[in-house]
Design a protein around this ligand. Structure first.
Ligand SMILES: [Zn+2]
Length: 347
């Protein structure tokens, strides 16, 4: 693919207007982007030459000649979305429309970083199967430095501390790589809908969150935002794996170990209510193995806790839902780390 054709903010805006729609006229692109029709034509020419945009037939005439409709060519480029988890590797191939195609899903031990890079690269090659790959996005447990693509001291995995995952995987695959926390990737997998500020809460072997604030993923100064599970909710509570006492994660995991999913869900709900008060998010998305095992319980209990703790739900209603991509949320969102910038969506 002709990558230079993808550069530039206005190009991203035009591609964003074409994504997810069947056929769009030049006039609609001009109206949606605020660009002049001449500027739109100038942007479209190299995109059509590169095979990214094609004609989608003719639209109804508004007088004069019929309008030519344009569409994005989904198979013009692909991204691989990788979910590196404790014990499992999931790699998805995603086209330009964000549709999930082939996947590799297999057991994986995270013990040896160099061996993991090799396994991931091989899985990416298998799903891509020779199709043009724009890049690889990786969602994995934090802490990590998104900007540098380097992992920090992941709990229980000291050998990953300082490991340059992005550089290693880019060298091995030959395409650009983005690395982010699993929760940050997962929040990108949600269709934005009308939401400007949302939180994705992940409860699996740990408890974390990904935040979209004012339309953009929020990572904080050192990719440490969203350490939702380590807010102290009980000053003299049980010891947490992080070394502190009374963390929300420690209480949630204890409830899950006791087989009490509703109690775990209410604890998550109390934490989410704190977050809504702090950040005024307008949507809550739940994911992770513990949630997906009993989705109805989690949605019901988190919503009930929110309704009880938010001062006036009449004007601060916050819908609660399960992640649209289910157990593929992290991998699908990891692919968006690569694709979203092409369409003018910040990632
Ligand atoms: Zn903790």
């Amino acid at each position: 693919m002709n990558l230079p054709a993808l550069r530039g903010h206005n190009t991203a805006v035009v591609l964003g207007l074409l994504r997810g729609r069947e056929g769009v006229s030049r006039g609609e692109i001009a109206a949606g982007s605020g660009l002049t029709p001449q500027a739109v034509s100038k942007i479209l020419a190299p995109l059509r030459a590169a095979g990214l945009v094609a004609e989608a037939g003719r639209g109804e005439s508004t007088g004069g000649k019929p309008r030519t409709l344009l569409r994005l060519v989904p198979e013009a480029g692909y991204a691989a979305g990788v979910h590196l988890d404790r014990g499992r590797l999931l790699v998805l191939l995603v086209d330009l429309m964000g549709r999930r195609l082939d996947r590799v899903d297999e057991p994986l031990e995270l013990a040896d970083p160099a061996a993991v890079v090799e396994r991931v690269a091989q899985a990416v090659e298998r799903v891509a199967a020779g199709r043009p790959l724009l890049g690889v996005g990786v969602g994995c447990p934090g802490p990590l430095d998104h900007a540098a693509g380097v992992l920090h001291r992941v709990t229980g995995l000291p050998q990953w501390d300082g490991f340059p995952l992005r550089a290693g995987l880019a060298a091995r695959t030959g395409v650009p790589v983005a690395v982010d926390k699993d929760t940050n990737a997962a929040v990108l997998a949600e269709p934005p809908g009308g939401s400007r500020s949302s939180v994705y809460v992940h409860l699996g072997s740990g408890l974390g969150a990904g935040l979209v604030l004012d339309g953009a993923l929020y990572r904080g100064a050192r990719t440490n935002a969203g350490e939702f599970g380590h807010q102290t909710v009980q000053l003299d509570g049980p010891r947490c794996e992080c070394g502190n006492r009374g963390c929300l994660e420690a209480l949630c995991l204890a409830a899950l170990r006791a087989g009490d999913a509703p109690a775990a869900a209410r604890l998550v709900g109390a934490g989410v209510a704190n977050l809504v008060r702090l950040l005024d998010v307008d949507r809550v998305v739940l994911g992770g193995a513990a949630v997906l095992a009993e989705p109805a319980v989690f949605v019901r209990e988190v919503a009930a806790e929110l309704a009880e703790r938010i001062p006036d739900p009449a004007w601060q209603a916050v819908p609660v839902a399960v992640a649209a991509a289910g157990e593929q949320a992290v991998a699908a969102g990891a692919a968006e780390l690569v694709l979203a910038p092409l369409f003018g969506r910040e990632s």
